[in-house]
Design a protein around this ligand. Structure first.
Ligand code: ISC
Length: 359
């Protein structure tokens, strides 16, 4: 790949780069593009064009991005020469704004607002996230961090992306949003978090919470007239320092009724990053959290030959020249306690922090 990569980087003025590795695969992908398209949500034409989608949580405050891949290559391991060639494309722009970080006090305040709405019965679940500062990362460290994430988190969707308007983001997330492969579609219902240790057993709280998400997805699929819906029993999946409960859904959609875009936006933002009922949870998040989520809890992934594979952007960070900012959230229910939820987000953050601290 080196000669090819050298030749294209010499010839073209790329300003966008994506490295990604799909879960449980050895092969990694590199995409290079120019002039990302700023999109107002994905439409059916995007789903037919090869490229990479980077969609925010709230597309009224951050733009959706579509990167046409002008150059694509695959690799299992990047050589030092490859890393040196691509590093300058990770543009870590100087940041003039002060970076917001939640303290336990701000988190507790947000928790209390959301918990009151839960206790009042206005909603059954809502996701509270927090921003957490991490170390500064230089652009020549990005390929190494990407590689370490792929090694440490084989079951996650691992990525690093840099575009002129989106900035530079990285992450290793365990949640599939929607996959389309020929006639087959898949999604998951993901919820419940415990330390990744056999001593911790699932309780009724996590089982019920995950069951609610499963029922929500089932309803969405029935509403979209999905055919041949099959789903697994809830299974435990490992995601770094934590484990979750997951149900896998497989289904089909008729050629005529198959409204993939509608289905996508009924699933996004999922109950794992927003809550139930969705609209109420969404408003509560926007009104309560002090940071703008931007691309955290949005979704991202490749589209190729009419097939696509989108993942929810959790366990991720944004890079600035001063610090990195991690975005980590957790689902609150009426039974939740602030201190425990805070500890859970700290544990989830370890997945990324342990990698950043060792570079
Ligand atoms: C929203 C996040 O995790 C979600 C995914 C799995 C389990 C979750 C939970 O137990 O709260 C969260 O809903 C995050 O890591 O930022």
């Amino acid at each position: 790949m080196k000669k090819e990569l050298e030749a294209v980087i010499d010839q073209e003025e790329f300003d966008s780069i994506v490295l990604y590795r799909l879960p449980n695969q050895a092969t990694c992908h590199i995409l290079l593009g120019t002039s990302e398209k700023v999109i107002n949500g994905i439409n059916s034409l995007h789903l037919k064009s090869d490229g990479f989608v980077f969609e925010p949580f709230d597309n009224t405050t951050s733009s959706g991005l579509f990167i046409d891949n002008l150059f694509e290559a695959t690799f299992e391991k990047l050589s030092s020469a490859h890393k040196a060639l691509i590093s300058p494309l990770f543009n870590i722009a100087p940041s003039t704004e002060a970076i917001y970080e939640d303290t336990y006090e701000t988190y507790q305040r947000h928790f209390n607002t959301m918990h009151q709405a839960l206790k009042d019965g206005k909603l059954s679940k809502v996701i509270l996230s927090r921003a957490l500062k991490g170390p500064a990362v230089q652009n020549n460290q990005v390929p190494d961090i990407f590689e370490t994430l792929t090694e440490k988190y084989p079951h996650a969707f691992v990525y690093a992306i840099s575009t002129p308007s989106g900035g530079t983001w990285m992450g290793a997330g365990p949640e599939l949003l929607l996959k389309h492969n020929n006639t087959q579609l898949s999604t998951v219902s993901l919820a419940g978090t415990l330390p990744n240790n056999d001593q911790f057993k699932w309780t009724a709280k996590e089982i019920t919470e995950q069951q609610l998400v499963t029922e929500y997805i089932e309803n969405v699929l029935v509403h979209h007239q999905a055919d041949n819906i099959e789903y697994s029993n809830a299974e435990t999946i490992s995601a770094g320092q934590v484990k979750h409960l997951r149900t896998n859904f497989h289904f089909e959609m008729g050629e005529i009724n198959g409204n993939h875009v509608g289905l996508l936006y009924d699933l996004h933002p999922t109950p794992a990053v927003c809550g139930l009922p969705k609209e109420h949870a969404y408003q509560l998040i926007i009104n309560t959290e002090e940071h703008d989520r931007q691309y955290y809890s949005g979704f991202l992934g490749p589209i190729k030959d009419g097939n696509y594979e989108f993942y929810v952007n959790i366990r991720c960070l944004k890079l600035t020249n001063k610090e990195s900012v991690l975005y980590i959230g957790g689902g609150l229910t009426p039974e939740s306690e602030a201190e425990k939820e805070w500890q859970e987000t700290a544990l989830k953050a370890q997945t990324l922090l342990s990698v950043l601290k060792n570079i």
